[in-house]
Design a binder for this molecule. Sequence first.
Ligand code: CA2
Length: 142
Amino acid sequence: MKKILVLNGANLNLLGVREKGIYGSETYEELCAYLGETAQSLNLEVEIKQSNSEGQLVSWIQEACGNKDGIVINPGAYTHYSAAILDALKAVQLPAIEVHISNIHQREEFRRHCVTTAGCIGQICGLGTKGYGLALEYLAKL
Ligand code: CA2
């Protein structure tokens, strides 16, 4: 069974609580439940983690090396400037897919620039939390 690490970065624990117009009404707990069900249907083992700290995310990416078969990551706002997360993704050489719930290209200009995406196979954005499920599906078939 493939082991996938799902990482969520800054403020994603607030899902469903505020900014529902942008991120939808699904809570973080509901997202985790959806990921668990999707993983089961794809015969994947998932570990889901969230942190508001950039360093913690870097450490979890490092720990995935040798222990996981792939990463799904939504770095939150770190996407737009974290060279540290980019370096970690490149260093572990695991297939990683970046997910954004909102369509970052329809928002403020600064969200169009993504630093961490260069460490990923690809990026899914604007498809709501379904993007996480699609990323899992892709990694399952890889
Ligand atoms: O669309 C996404 O998934 C983002 O990664 C979400 C980040 C944002 O900085 C990125 O540009 C795009 C922000 C996550 C904050 O989530 C909140 C959820 C509810 C209330 C407040 C923030």
